[in-house]
Write a protein that binds this ligand. Sequence first.
Ligand SMILES: NC(=O)c1ccc[n+]([C@@H]2O[C@H](COP(=O)([O-])OP(=O)(O)OC[C@H]3O[C@@H](n4cnc5c(N)ncnc54)[C@H](O)[C@@H]3O)[C@@H](O)[C@H]2O)c1
Length: 374
Amino acid sequence: MSEIRYGIVGTGYFGIALGRAIHALPNARIVSVFDPDHAAAFAQEVGARPEKSIDDLCARDDIDAVIVASPNWAHAQPVVAAAKNGKHVFCEKPIALTFADCAKMLNAAEAAGRIFMAGHVMHFMNGVRKAKALIADGTLGDILYCRAVRTGWEEIQPDVSWKKKRELSGGHLYHHIHELDVVQSIMGPAKEVFMAGGNVAHTGPQFGDEDDLLLITLDFGNDRFATLEYGSAFRWPEHSVLIQGTKGAIFIDLQNAGLELKTPDRQERFLLHRTQQEDDNRTEIYAGNKGSGAIVYGNPTTTAPLWLQGIIEMEVEYFHGLMSGEPITEEFAALTNGTAATAAIATADALSLSLKDGRKVSVSEITGNLHREL
Ligand SMILES: NC(=O)c1ccc[n+]([C@@H]2O[C@H](COP(=O)([O-])OP(=O)(O)OC[C@H]3O[C@@H](n4cnc5c(N)ncnc54)[C@H](O)[C@@H]3O)[C@@H](O)[C@H]2O)c1
């Protein structure tokens, strides 16, 4: 197997975590990195060259794939540049902050005939894969309803991170697109959506300007629905995805890590992650973080916890496999061509419009304008 050569755009908290996982793989080499502030140390750690610009990195002919882990607002430019230079791309979530940008990224990757994989790492959780398998084998019957919750309380932070600013991160809905995407991977794309909420408890210079309370209803047609709650104005933190079918239900518990299946004649618990140790690691971290729940953020000086490293390893191993000629599996197909990630942003854009206008919005109001098939 020949060596696959990588470039990384953005070497903060997550770019480093992805980079270290890639560096540990056989036949993988990180050739080059770009980060306006934090490139040098990581470049030295893995023996890569720091580049002066995204264009310089993407133009190198000794790179096969580009990993994009810059802040959310800064994904579209490197993804398009990488694709135009014939590189495969792995892009962190949310892949962009508007459907229009997603469409540009998708079109560029498609035109170049390159993989465009979204970093929707939740799909690599053992529990999420198990839930999908139990749905596929009919254990739950028809899925009628999902409820996803990702909430906690934000205290005053020493600095206001870009992750708390609507224009840079998209706020909770976009920054934590994982749950919305997982729900759509189970129910299909939402047709009509409604969102209520606002910034109800975190105004002033000590905080960002994102909405801290978001209450979402998704209507999939055919009497199928989902509700989601996001935000940092919740003193009772929750993090879970509940899946209700006609024959049974699954509770994906992301706080007290595990997966619970309930049918009339079966009650079973499964691991959320690869090992009990990873599940315990997750549970202990949530128990110890004093109410901030699932809304804790990394920064360039923090290291990903054990449970997160586990799913990152599986995710980059999958991407590296594709780079090495392995076929795309059906399970992850929509993740590897950008369509699932784009569908999630289309729904998020429709929800943002709903909040702004105070009305139910059809997702086709967002996607229809651009005639982009998903
Ligand atoms: N999949 C997950 O679970 C997960 C978890 C954390 C972060 N992320 C995603 O990873 C991405 C990076 O987040 P992070 O936690 O590493 O943030 P971070 O703030 O720790 O790091 C961001 C890095 O990007 C650099 N940067 C700033 N502007 C840039 C630009 N224009 N081009 C390239 N680099 C630039 C910064 O200097 C910094 O080093 C985000 O999209 C975030 O949503 C995903």
